[in-house]
Design a protein around this ligand. Structure first.
Ligand code: GDP
Length: 423
């Protein structure tokens, strides 16, 4: 059967997808990234150390796994080069034998990062709190058909002319719209030489590689970035990312449009966290929030906003991702709490609702909180469902019943084997 698997986020991102991919890659031959770029990272803790992967698929730590950076990604050559160097420095093998870049992936250029920062500065207090990695300007250009494809690196004369034409246009925007400095052709050509040319051996027709792999019954895993609530079409627009993070997009963004994604592992965090601006109905504030932030280590380029699990948003995320099973992560973080809060419904204009409303009215919703008894003991060593305290089991079952999808995995620590397999 032409069936593939996807591991995707159900919430706002940072659910712990990387640790699930790292755990499960031993069952796969190929891991593909299909969207996004340097804007969000997957944290992985294994025998090599602790890593933050932004662009490389999380299968790079396993021997005999091919890792593909698909056509749907925002391929930032500078960032990718640094990532490869960091991994090599820690003894991880990275070569064209285990990493491939789609010839149809578009290159994220230095001007994309500059434009991201300039636009955030222009927006002042209305800024979107982007990561300033150039993602929105990049995808805008891709859809405007004004990006360089990685495969153009094979044809230097075509590339040189294309760069010249794009630079002429970009400089009109940098100088005319934002009053900033122009970029020179020499700077861009040097950048291409330093960061793009060394990547040429990795660039392949990944579509035909994947088609052959599928034909030969290779096991293919699609690795999603961020979460359903950040999806460009189905998330909390405009507080979304600029790409489609849903499992449904994975075959297209990987280079295998005919693939069927039969198994979709939706990763849900045992509480909520959200980075950046936008409505976050279940948000906690003050000491309660600070405590959760500290025990969950919820810090990144900004301190993360935190709250209890949001069952309305999670149910929606499970539905749009079409998750066939759930991996619930960071349950251990809640072990200290006397009572576990849950956001079970929203209140809108005095009426309680349990369906995700239209994004523009989300900021008018208030959370309806309930609590369940905590378990107040360390569960990081538990590996068996029946050894989990009853209160923890009840919490897991409550989430499962509420979102209508089986929780097959419960993660109780960041390390590869801190996991309970259920059923
Ligand atoms: P991703 O983008 O979805 O891969 O998520 P992140 O890389 O942001 O992961 C969230 C953080 O939680 C990382 O620091 C992980 O190491 C950590 N983590 C993942 N699963 C667990 C867990 O079950 N318990 C604890 N305590 N930490 C976890």
């Amino acid at each position: 059967m032409d069936t593939c698997t996807a591991i995707v986020g159900i919430n706002w991102g940072d659910e712990g997808k990387g640790r699930m991919v790292d755990l499960l890659t031993e069952d796969f031959d190929i891991v593909c990234r299909y969207q996004g770029g340097g804007n969000a990272g997957h944290t992985i803790v294994n025998q090599y150390g602790e890593f933050m992967l932004h662009l490389l698929p999380s299968g790079v730590f396993r021997p005999n796994v091919m890792n593909i950076l698909g056509n749907g990604m925002a391929l930032d050559p500078e960032h990718l080069t640094r990532e490869i160097e960091t991994l090599r420095g820690k003894g991880v093998d990275i070569s064209p034998d285990n990493v491939m870049i789609s010839e149809r992936a578009s290159l994220l250029m230095p001007w994309h990062r500059r434009l991201d920062a300039l636009e955030e500065a222009r927006l002042k207090d209305k800024k979107l709190d982007t990561t300033r990695k150039g993602i929105a300007p990049f995808y805008s250009d891709k859809y405007a058909k004004k990006t360089i494809l990685a495969g153009e690196l094979f044809y230097p004369d075509v590339l040189r002319q294309h760069l010249h034409d794009l630079l002429e246009w970009k400089n009109l925007i940098l100088t005319g719209v934002y009053g900033d400095e122009a970029e020179t052709e020499e700077e861009i050509n040097n950048w291409v030489k330093t960061y793009c040319e060394p990547l040429v051996p990795y660039i392949r027709n990944t579509g035909s590689y994947l088609a052959d792999a599928l034909w030969n019954h290779k096991r293919i895993l699609f690795e999603g970035q961020l979460g359903a609530l950040r999806d460009l079409d189905y998330g909390i627009y405009p507080f979304t990312t600029s790409s489609n993070v849903l499992a449904a997009y994975a075959p297209i963004g990987s280079g295998l449009p005919r693939a069927r994604v039969g198994r979709i592992i939706g990763v849900v965090k045992a509480y909520s966290s959200c980075v950046g601006a936008g409505p976050f109905v279940c948000e906690l504030f003050g000491d309660e929030a600070e405590h959760l932030r500290q025990i969950g280590r919820e810090y990144g380029h900004l301190p993360h906003r935190v709250g209890p699990i949001d069952l309305v948003a999670t149910r929606y995320g499970v539905r749009v991702q079409n998750a066939t099973e759930i991996a619930l992560t960071k349950l251990d973080v809640l072990s200290e709490l006397d009572e576990i809060p849950l956001c079970t419904r929203y209140r809108l204009n005095g009426v309680e609702i349990d369906e995700m409303p239209f994004p523009s009215i989300l900021s008018r919703c208030e959370p309806v909180f309930e609590t369940m008894p905590g378990w107040k003991c360390d569960i990081t060593g538990v590996r068996n469902w029946w050894d989990l305290p009853e209160a923890a089991q009840n919490y897991v079952k409550r989430i499962e019943d509420s979102v209508g999808c089986i929780i097959k995995w419960i993660s109780v620590g960041p390390e590869r084997h801190s996991i309970i397999r259920r059923g």
